[in-house]
Write a protein that binds this ligand. Structure first.
Ligand SMILES: Nc1ncnc2c1ncn2[C@@H]1O[C@H](COP(=O)(O)OP(=O)(O)OP(=O)(O)O)[C@@H](O)[C@H]1O
Length: 326
């Protein structure tokens, strides 16, 4: 555009074109640039839609894989076992070296540690989001590499740090947790997740489109929607990664008691940012640089006077003073 302006200016100075020609060519050029910009936006939109569509196709095709794998075990899910697991995102930087861990059926485990110590990665490995370099991860005695992703999805409820929503309606986003869920079931789950009131106040209620990755909602609203989805799904394994970190303390308090009870009946792995959440755990693991450095109940760990005790003593406001996320 700038180059053409220079040429036009030069030609105009040399009287090779009239001011009318100048204005016309400038206008045409401007319109072309505007259209090109519009096309580039449409292209980005198309690529995003295409990605969502191909993910959906992938999920549908996985159904076939699932039928040849393990069925849904409902509440019969057994232990989760890490056997000498070695993992690093990069081959040259190992995060977990020969990590072994057994989480018993229906045990509630809290995980704490410095930011970057490997808490989220530990849970992501159970979901098979990354392949491990060595060792085994077993659920119910089955190597997760032999279990279909569909099975893992059906049996693990995940509330991640950064919730993901699809560019669909609120109803579709919550009911994604349970096939053929009714509106009444979706509303019930939304009420338990303290999401019903804000959803009802939207002009289109449960039919509101949430926008690309849920961008039309606040972080706390997105988090409550994913909590509602997970409640509705009611899977036997529950993973919560700072599940209420985006909520204000009043909303967080309102949800917390429900979530504690919800987790009780399941094998639950809870990455917590509040000491009070950990008090309800059967067992707490303290991670440091990819190693489990402490493992026990709250009172056992306080008595050990190690890293956990340090966090506990820095706990004047109820938050873990050690995690830079909070
Ligand atoms: N996708 C990734 N690719 C490369 N490195 C990663 C990736 N995700 C995490 N890491 C690295 O792995 C290490 C562990 O990260 P992880 O997110 O598991 O820590 P965390 O304890 O959950 O931290 P936080 O409390 O900040 O969420 C960090 O050094 C991090 O930089």
């Amino acid at each position: 555009m700038g180059g053409i302006l220079c040429i036009l200016g030069y030609l105009s100075l040399k009287n090779a074109i009239t001011p009318g020609d100048f204005a016309l060519v400038f206008l045409i050029n401007y319109k072309i640039a505007e259209k090109l910009l519009e096309i580039s936006y449409k292209l980005v939109e198309f690529i995003q839609t295409f990605t969502i569509a191909s993910n959906a196709v992938e999920l549908v095709s996985k159904k076939e894989e699932a039928s040849s794998g393990y069925g849904v075990l409902e509440n019969k899910i057994g232990d989760i076992v890490f056997e000498n697991v070695t993992f690093g995102y990069e081959k040259t930087r190992t995060l977990f070296q020969n990590l072994s861990l057994t989480i018993k059926n229906k045990q509630n485990i809290g995980i704490v540690g410095y930011s970057g110590s490997g808490k989220s990665t530990l849970t992501n490995l159970i979901l098979r989001l990354y392949g491990i370099q060595n060792g085994k991860i077993l659920i119910n005695g089955n190597d997760i590499n032999d279990i279909s992703k569909e099975f893992l999805y059906q049996n693990i409820g995940l509330i991640p740090q950064e919730p993901t929503l699809f560019n669909r309606t609120i109803f579709e986003n919550i009911s994604y947790g349970l096939k053929d869920a009714s509106l009444a079931q979706v509303i019930e789950a939304a009420k338990q997740a303290e999401a019903h009131t804000f959803i009802s106040n939207l002009p289109n209620g449960y039919n509101t489109l949430v926008g690309e990755r849920g961008m039309k909602l606040s972080g706390g609203q997105r988090q409550r929607m994913v909590i509602a989805r997970t409640i509705l799904k009611n899977a036997p394994i529950l993973v919560m990664d700072e599940a209420t970190s985006s909520l204000d303390s009043i909303t967080e308090n309102a949800i917390r008691d429900f979530l504690v009870n919800f987790a009780k009946a399941k094998t639950s792995i809870i990455i917590a940012h509040r000491i009070s959440t950990l008090l309800n755990m059967d067992r707490i693991l303290v991670l440091d640089n990819g190693k489990i450095v402490e493992d026990g109940t709250h009172s056992e760990l306080v008595a050990q006077n190690g890293l956990y005790a340090k966090m506990w003593s820095a706990n004047s406001n109820g938050f873990l003073g050690i995690n830079s996320n909070i």
